[in-house]
Design a protein around this ligand. Structure first.
Ligand code: DGY
Length: 320
């Protein structure tokens, strides 16, 4: 009997590939930077028993319907808004993600982005490298304090909680809004539950950690930005679709909020001509939340473990 076929949609570590090759026939899209073209993906998926996918691959009804051998899609991300989970269920395809292994790394990046935005670090780097530093002056590149300020976290999942933990080290007052209240976490981390409205009103930093779902799409929009303090700093390291980017642009331009730190965008990758990049008040990163060498390796390994389990007839380690 021929071995099950695993298709990997982006170049990943040789060690992980070798581990899969001990059991399966493995093929991999050989590009590191380039998304697998749709026709190639459809063709490979049509033969595959497992796909190790990235958040840049659209795993939709069309793909799932024609992939009759497919047993599992192992997404190398905690987010899975690139996958039609209901369609996968209908076609009896198991979907897995990579939670936990990336929690601390993503929280580190989120907090780094918050700090970089508040203290204007990219502007300061450009200033010195651009030979603009001619003298010291009292308000030169003056930013906003972080310590003792109010941090509002929207979405208190594990990454949100890890961000809260970091904030307590900065003596921040942490409030949160989540679909369901988490009283155990409140006592453990000393965070306080508020309504979404209150959070917008009270927070000096509003950090978006909520996944992209039909309910959260466009959650941050003209109306919500107008409810924030005009000194508020908005941070997003979850998914770009949670934000109406035009509304964010206008809120910044018109001074309804002070600044934004963004690791994610609605249509990635964005070009240098994206309007938000024209604003000094925006610190932008190219979706690197979980991007440390250690964590990306762990994410690959976990995706591969899910594939091995499912193709061997066992339960997935981290099913959705
Ligand atoms: C995820 O895993 O969903 C992250 O956005 C990847 O960095």
């Amino acid at each position: 009997m021929s071995k099950p076929f695993v298709y990997i949609t982006r170049k990943i570590s040789n060690d992980v590939v070798k581990g899969l090759e001990e059991h399966f026939t493995v093929e991999m899209w050989q590009e590191e930077e380039e998304v697998v073209p749709r026709d190639v993906l459809l063709n490979k998926a049509n033969q595959a028993h497992a796909i190790l996918s990235m958040l840049t691959d659209s795993i939709d009804e069309e793909l799932l319907a024609q992939s009759t051998n497919l047993k599992i899609v192992a997404n190398m991300a905690v987010g899975y808004d690139n996958i039609d989970v209901n369609a996968a269920r209908r076609h009896q395809v198991i979907v897995t993600n990579t939670p936990d292994v990336l929690t601390d790394t993503t929280a580190d990046l989120t907090f780094a982005l918050l700090m970089a935005t508040a203290r204007r670090l990219p502007e300061a780097v450009d200033y010195i490298k651009g030979d603009l530093w001619k003298s010291w002056s009292p308000y030169m590149l003056a930013g906003s304090d972080i310590h003792h300020k109010t941090l509002g976290i929207v979405g208190l999942g594990s990454i949100g909680q890890a961000v809260a933990k970091r904030a307590t080290g900065f003596d921040m007052n942490v409030i949160y809004y989540n679909r369901s209240r988490k009283e155990d976490v409140e006592s453990q981390l000393g965070v306080q539950y508020t309504s979404f409205e209150e959070l917008l009103k009270q927070s000096d930093f509003v950090v978006c950690m909520t996944p992209l779902t039909p309910e959260t799409e466009g959650l941050f929009n003209k109306e919500t930005f107008h409810k924030m303090k005009d000194t508020a700093i908005f941070i997003n390291s979850s998914r770009g679709g949670v934000v109406n980017e035009d509304d964010l642009y206008h809120a910044l331009k018109q001074g309804h909020i002070k600044a934004a730190g963004l690791d994610v965008f609605r249509n990635e990758p964005i070009g240098a001509d994206h309007p938000l990049l024209s604003l000094n008040e925006v610190v932008a990163l190219p979706h690197i939340g979980s991007s440390s060498i250690e964590t990306r390796s762990e994410m690959m390994k976990l995706a591969a473990r899910n594939i091995k389990k499912v193709l061997n007839g066992d339960d997935a380690v981290t099913p959705i």
